[in-house]
Every structure is written in structure tokens, then in C-alpha cells.
Design a protein around this ligand. Structure first.
Ligand SMILES: NC(=O)C1=CN([C@@H]2O[C@H](COP(=O)(O)OP(=O)(O)OC[C@H]3O[C@@H](n4cnc5c(N)ncnc54)[C@H](O)[C@@H]3O)[C@@H](O)[C@H]2O)C=CC1
Ligand SMILES: O=C(O)[C@@H]1CCC=N1
Length: 258
């Protein structure tokens, strides 16, 4: 059991709170300046409050406000050295947070799939405590990385769900154009992404070998793969990830104290 407070219960903080509630093991205090945000996650929280000082008793404090609000919240937050702050703000360095608190700081790049226990997260070596590991394990999988890899991680697994939603949307659209009902097309497209992702995670074959396994000689899949291989879809996906990575680095420069 971890006693955790989450400050900022919007899209990301709310998803983490729902994820932490999944096994019913943790004590979760939800803190937000907006009572509507608190109402939305009340059922998954042990306690909800607008009072920042409620975080002062928690072993782990997750700071899930927008990057430009981080400094203001830290100014009003009195934490001690035996507490750990998890900062999830894109582009905000560990040092920026550590300069403004007595707590140990660990930087995590989470994603929205925390809500279903399927989060992919990157976490810095520095500041990673047992309590934080336990929380991350409750909501998905994580990779421990050097902080210099946080910009690329922000793009791949932080922003990544949006890129995947876009691709699911394209597959759904093709289904609708072929005559499926929108709801059928969405289920078939989304479940196909879910199943394909599970296969990549669990099967020992490489991505290319798995593509081969779907392509029957002279069959249907190879016709579609030829279209993809002849296009620049792979290049565009890489460009999208790199654009998000660049923006993360730009935000980091804005928050550079030195
Ligand atoms: N949305 C996403 O998929 C991801 C977001 N992040 C990071 O998570 C952080 C939050 O992003 P979102 O959840 O998307 O934003 P959001 O706008 O949905 O939520 C932010 C919440 O913070 C609250 N808040 C603002 N000022 C506050 C204050 N002074 N005290 C207490 N609460 C306050 C707001 O009322 C709001 O509920 C950002 O720093 C972002 O970089 C990281 C990974 C993924
Ligand atoms: O778009 C953003 O800035 C945040 C960080 C990663 C995902 N959403």
C-alpha cells in the first residue's frame, strides 16, 4: 500500500488516479483547484480536496499540473525530505523541481493508458523509490532511463497514444467506407490494434517477421503492405515523433534555470 497524493486531476492526473484505484491497495488523495475535476474522479479517490496541504502526509506526491503551473504549486507546497515528488510535466527537468522542494524528486513520463492499467512510462533512475515502483507497476509497464532520454520518451509514449488514436481512426474510416457500421468499424479497428500490440509484446518474432506471418503468398495483406511500403507512412510517423520530441526539448529550454 502506498499513500499517494495527486495534485492536478485533469486528463493525466485523473487517469493515474483511476489506475491507482484498480487494485484497491493504495490510499489516494486527489487535489485540484477545480471542484469539477475532483468530482470526476471522486469514486476512485480515498479523499478529494482543493487544499494543497493535504499532500503533506503522503509518501508519494504526483505533480500532474501543466508545466507553467509547476513552479506556482511548488511555492505553496511544504514537503519533507522523506517524501517523493513524481513530476510528469513535459519538458520540466528534475532539477527545476528539486530546486523548489525538500522532497526527493523523480521524473516520470506517463501516458493516458494508466486508466486501464496499460500505461507505458519512462522514469529516471534518480529518485526512483520502492513506493514509486509499486505505483508504476499498478498502472502498467515502465522503463528506467537517463533523464536526457525524456524528450524522446515524451514523444514515443507520452504523446504516442494520440498518434495511435489517429491510426485507429484511419483504419476505422476504411471500415466505414467498406460498409461497416461506425461502431463495428471502431471495435474491429481498436481491437486489432490491441491484439497486434499484445502480439508484439508477447511473441518472440520481430515486427518484420510478424508482418510476414500475416501476409499469405498471393493473399490479401501483401497487397496492402505494398501500398504502405511504397508510401512514406513510416517516415511520416517518425517525423511526427521527432516533432513532439523537438517540442519537448523546446519546453525544457523554457524551464532551464541556469
Ligand atoms: N495529457 C496527457 O496525455 C499527458 C500529460 N502529461 C503531463 O501532465 C500534466 C497535466 O496535463 P493534463 O492532465 O493533460 O492537463 P489538464 O489541464 O487536463 O489537467 C491539469 C489539472 O491541473 C489543475 N490545476 C491547475 N492549477 C492548479 C493548482 N494551482 N493547484 C491544483 N490543481 C491545479 C487543473 O484544474 C486541471 O484539472 C502536464 O504537465 C503534461 O505535460 C504527461 C504525459 C501525458
Ligand atoms: O502534449 C503534451 O504536451 C502532453 C505531454 C505528453 C502528452 N501530452
Amino acid at each position: 500500500m502506498v499513500d499517494v497524493s495527486v495534485i492536478g486531476c485533469g486528463n493525466m492526473g485523473g487517469a493515474l488516479i483511476s489506475g491507482f484505484a484498480r487494485d484497491g491497495e493504495h490510499r489516494v488523495t486527489a487535489i485540484d483547484a477545480d471542484p469539477d475535476a475532483l468530482e470526476a474522479i471522486e469514486a476512485d479517490s480515498t479523499e478529494t480536496t482543493t487544499d494543497l496541504s493535504a499532500a503533506e502526509g503522503s509518501e508519494v506526491v504526483v505533480l500532474a499540473v501543466k508545466p507553467d503551473v509547476v513552479a506556482t504549486v511548488l511555492e505553496d507546497l511544504e514537503l519533507s525530505s522523506d517524501q517523493t515528488i513524481v513530476t510528469v510535466a513535459a519538458g520540466v527537468s528534475r532539477a527545476f523541481v528539486a530546486d523548489r522542494t525538500d522532497a526527493t524528486v523523480v521524473r516520470v513520463m506517463p501516458n493516458l493508458a494508466a486508466e486501464t492499467g496499460d500505461m507505458a512510462a519512462a522514469v529516471t533512475h534518480e529518485g526512483l523509490s520502492e513506493g514509486v515502483r509499486e505505483l508504476l507497476e499498478t498502472v502498467g509497464e515502465y522503463a528506467v532511463v537517463d533523464e536526457e532520454l525524456m524528450d524522446v520518451s515524451t514523444a514515443v509514449n507520452g504523446s504516442g497514444p494520440a498518434f495511435v488514436f489517429y491510426l485507429i481512426g484511419a483504419m476505422k474510416e476504411a471500415g466505414i467506407e467498406g460498409g461497416l457500421e461506425p461502431e463495428q468499424a471502431e471495435t474491429l479497428a481498436a481491437q486489432t490494434f490491441k491484439g497486434a500490440a499484445e502480439t508484439v509484446l508477447r511473441d518472440e518474432r520481430s515486427v518484420d517477421e510478424l508482418i510476414d506471418a500475416v501476409c499469405s503468398p498471393n493473399g490479401t495483406t501483401i497487397e496492402g503492405m505494398e501500398v504502405l511500403w511504397d508510401s512514406d507512412v513510416e517516415g511520416k510517423v517518425i517525423e511526427a515523433v521527432q516533432a513532439a520530441e523537438r517540442r519537448s526539448a523546446e519546453i525544457a529550454e523554457e524551464f532551464d534555470d541556469e
